[in-house]
Write a new protein. Structure first.
Lengths: 229, 385
């Protein structure tokens, strides 16, 4: 596992505007995540965990400060450049899976590949490989409604890794699952981290889930309260 | 092309809603096709009228007749190249609902004045030999399954029947076709000499004259000279270009073009609201999915195009089916041959319809597509939580 800093969040402030009111969510936050790390981002509701994850994933921009991923200042990219950057470097895993109900598992996983130059059979092959990695090679043609929650999250993870991204960002990936399915998903994420060297940042408020990470960071009221080694 | 599967899958998301929207567009374009065909039926005469042909009729109205002696005087007017005449016969075949235009004409001249119609030489020869002979258009022959040699009895409330006969009996000598799309081939022409000899009243009178001028650019001047020639006579004339004459006929029913535009506009506006509503609902329901597409890297422009394409596919499915069915139904047969002898969906309607369908798709999808494009990814994803 390399120790080079992959993610550098420096002096980041994020303020939302709600009507005439400014709501500060993050204030002067610094965070570094090394290549190959599995970081758990913990904190109570409203602490700014998901906001920070969105900033690292290029889904939102900081009000102040800088966000660099692999040396790229993503806070300075245009919308179009940011979209292209996300397609190349980030895989997202969502709490509620966010699969397209009208597409089967294989075609859901193929979605990010539509933005590449791969042809149809290559896309299909990549999707099958990704589904095989998450243990769902027998569910290729199944639609989300016919899959269990755990299986849907596995499809979500396959979609996130199918483009071989630099970093995996998981927002409460076990939040909607029972303990057994949640454990399976966490084991899968650990495997991806340890065996394939994927850098993972996982937002969670579940200590059981965060225990699987290699490092835990606590966020409270928009500031990092502790960074245990 | 690789996004077609995604677009198609999204259309199948709410099958009933998509089907109803497609159906409403289908009905609108079917109606558009029929309306355009009706407009064409009324205005084709204007469109296909030759610029070098004039119609000369009685100044008071078309139902007033003119003397047959005018033929020679018209031929002598400077600028006139050829003259023939016709008369409204108003003959009825079996019963009034079998209406078709039937007129006495001059066999040796009529097809020179109307070169857009072609009659086989053997038919021309037979007609010249057969005093009660008639030639008919292809549409009329197909309508009544008439063929050369058939005898057709007509009664004429206007002119009465020949002495001692209960009907005028004509023998079909030939069937003429046309080389000009939209030209009416539902007419029935028979010989004027036979008509004039046998009619019990109105001998020596004709309905109107068709005049070919030597130079189309001087048609208006020749028309003025003709009217001047017969001014202050018991039978004053009104000479006008054939197109204006045909337009006058169409205007008797009303401004068909304006009526069609009004109906079509109302229908399209309604359909625009239906299709726009469908697309708006569809985009609203998929906010999170659009957020996911953006998160995995779909740029805003591509999101816009995908939603617009979805809207256009719905419009094209319904629109092209509707236009196609209107075209196919009228190609298969004219349901109202007595009322509108020339009824077909012209190419111009198909092109206009196709453009309208695409516009409908783009306009109906524009607002939802822009909304989808402007969605902020983080907010779109948050709606799920």
């Amino acid at each position: 596992m390399s120790n080079a800093a992959l993610v550098q969040v420096q002096n980041v402030t994020k303020t939302f505007h709600r009507g005439s009111e400014d709501v500060p969510v993050l204030s002067g936050l610094d965070l570094m995540v090394n290549q190959g790390e599995f970081l758990a981002l913990m904190g109570p509701s409203g602490s700014g965990k998901s906001t920070l994850l969105n900033l690292i994933g290029g889904l939102d921009r900081p009000t102040q400060g800088s966000v660099s991923i692999g040396g790229d200042r993503i806070d300075q990219l245009s919308d179009r450049e940011l979209a292209a950057w996300r397609a190349r470097h980030v895989g997202f895993v969502f709490q509620f899976y966010n699969l397209m109900p009208v597409l089967n598992a294989q075609r859901n996983v193929e979605l990010p590949l539509l933005l590449t130059s791969l042809n149809k059979s290559e896309r299909r092959q990549h999707a099958e490989t990704a589904l095989n990695v998450v243990g769902l090679s027998h569910r290729l043609k199944h639609y989300p409604r016919t899959l269990s929650g755990g299986e849907q999250q596995r499809v979500g993870i396959a979609r996130a890794i199918v483009t071989d991204p630099t970093i995996l960002l998981c927002d409460e990936p076990t939040g909607d699952l029972d303990r057994k399915s949640g454990d399976d998903i966490l084991t899968l994420l650990q495997t991806l981290n340890k065996e394939q060297g994927k850098t993972i940042i996982m937002v969670t408020h579940d200590p059981h889930a965060s225990a699987r990470a290699s490092r835990i960071v606590h966020l409270d009221k928009g500031q990092l309260s502790a960074q245990p080694a | 092309m690789k996004y077609l599967g995604l677009i198609w899958s999204n259309l199948k998301r709410k099958k009933l809603r998509t089907a109803l929207t497609v159906l409403s567009i289908f009905v609108a374009l079917l109606l558009f096709g029929f309306l355009f065909a009706i407009k064409e039926a009324f205005t084709a005469g204007v469109r296909i009228a030759d610029a070098d042909r004039l119609i000369v009729r009685h100044k008071v109205s078309l139902i007033q007749t003119l003397p047959v002696s005018y033929e020679q005087r018209l031929a002598n007017v400077p600028g006139v190249a050829a003259v023939t005449h016709m008369t409204w016969f108003g003959g009825i075949y079996q019963e009034p609902k079998n209406f078709f235009a039937n007129m006495p004409a001059q066999p040796e001249k009529i097809f020179d004045l109307y070169p857009e119609y072609t009659l086989p030489p053997e038919a021309t020869a037979l007609w010249a030999k057969t005093k009660n002979g008639a030639v008919i258009g292809r549409t009329l022959a197909d309508r009544f399954q008439w063929k050369v040699g058939d005898r057709v009895p007509l009664t004429s409330p206007i002119w009465g029947e020949p002495e001692g006969a209960t009907a005028w009996e004509f023998e079909i000598c030939g069937i003429f076709d046309t080389i000009k799309k939209g030209a009416d081939t539902s007419m029935f022409y028979f010989r004027y000499d036979y008509f004039d000899e046998a009619r019990p009243r109105g001998k020596g009178e004709v309905g109107w004259y068709t005049v070919r001028v030597q130079n189309a650019n001087e048609a208006a001047a020749v028309a003025a000279k003709i009217d001047e020639e017969f001014a202050n006579s018991p039978f004053e004339t009104k000479a006008e270009p054939e197109g204006a004459f045909a337009a006058g006929f169409a205007q008797q029913v009303g401004d068909i073009g304006s009526i069609m535009i009004a109906v079509t506009s109302a229908v399209f506006f309604t359909i625009l609201l239906v299709a726009g509503n469908t697309m708006s609902q569809s985009v609203r329901e998929r906010t999170e999915e659009l957020g996911v597409l953006k998160a995995v890297g779909f740029p805003n422009g591509l999101i816009l195009v995908l939603v617009l394409a979805e809207s256009c596919v719905i419009a094209m499915l319904g629109g092209f089916l509707g236009l196609g069915l209107a075209w196919a139904l009228l190609q298969a047969g004219n349901p109202v041959p007595a009322l509108l002898p020339v009824l077909y969906v012209p190419n111009q309607a198909l092109i206009t319809g196709a453009v309208l369908v695409l516009l409908l798709g783009i306009v109906a999808g524009a607002m939802p597509a822009i909304t989808a494009m402007r969605l902020r990814t983080a907010e779109a994803l948050r709606r799920n939580g």
